[in-house]
Design a binder for this molecule. Sequence first.
Ligand code: V47
Ligand code: SF4
Length: 378
Amino acid sequence: MIRAKEPSLPEIRAKVEAGERLTLEDGIFLYQPSVPLNEVGELANLVRERKNGNFAYYNINTHLNPTNVCVYRCIFCAFRSDLKDPKGYLMPDEQILERGREAVESGSTEMHIVGGLHHQMKYEWYRHVIALLHQAYPRLHLKAWTAVEINWFQHLTKKPVREILEDLMQAGLGSMPGGGAEIFHPEVRDQICEHKADARNWIDIHRTAHQLGLKTNATMLYGHIEKPYHRVDHLIRLRELQDETGGFQTFIPLAFHPANTGLDHIKKPSGVLDLRTMAVSRLMLDNFDHIKAYWIMLGIGTAQTALAYGADDLDGTVRHELIYHDAGAETPEVLTVEQIERLIREAGREPVERDTLYHRVVRDGDNWTSGELITTGA
Ligand code: V47
Ligand code: SF4
């Protein structure tokens, strides 16, 4: 039997410099503690600067989690609630509209909407949330409902994904967030969220969204029970879909926060794992334009450092985030534009405010318009 040659750092360096694709074995190799983090970071930075120069992007956004009641019980989730638990809530229309008003008044260009899969709410309510906000605030881009939610709507309506997405787009859906991906490999997925949409469902839903012209994001939840093999396998599955459709905008590695979850005996991922995952993601996902350092969960210092380890985006100013704060995140609930721009400048990068679809935002007092599309290098 001929065995594949063990990868080496000089060979990987040569591939990255030549713009060649890395393999599963290369990715796993880059996770070995004996491979110096700063060298992996340097390679990721090369790709990051090739694609995005010295720019670091952010947006002004608000989160809305209209309910935390959820039929599923993902073991890593501190946000969910049982139907009858006093912690459970379901926002009335007035509260949803109030959030929309607050978002617009604070200059948000985007509302990021995700929540639980409520036992009693029909598909029509989820559609209504989108239509309500879109009618009241048509300029607010609604990045809403993960593939797990779309899969749930399929279960509720018995309709094909395409029809559901077209209906939501008609109601005002602008794009889809990347949540619910967790770790695709069944060795892990079956242990952390066995009942919800599996890898094939998640990927198929994003494929259909891309075919309809709906841009989406992708995530990976790391730092729990998974091994480097599972992470790199996850990245390669995303890379394959991106080859096919080109519909992903950005990839967001999500660091596991253990507090108040069924995995609270696990320690939070270290800064080294955070930066290595950022860098390996940048290197493996050669066909993704953007890699996001989500400061809410990484912490401000690590997110800022990640701008030299492959990341080119810090997500947003973020108001009303609950998923991480329920799981013990100690980051603030909101950053001002001045704070986020200062963080980026301190890291030696040039801040650019973008909208959800990566157009430059041009502001004039309280007014804003979407300018040119941000183009990236090879
Ligand atoms: O799918 C839940 C994760 C995700 C925990 O698309 C947890 O721009 C860590 O997907 N510790 C939702 N992670 C958030 C998400 C996201 C965030 C920012 C930007 C975008 C985007 C998407 O949060 C869930 C799950 O993977 N999650 N619980 C936890 N305890
Ligand atoms: Fe429900 Fe989402 Fe939490 Fe899973 S991660 S329990 S689907 S709210």
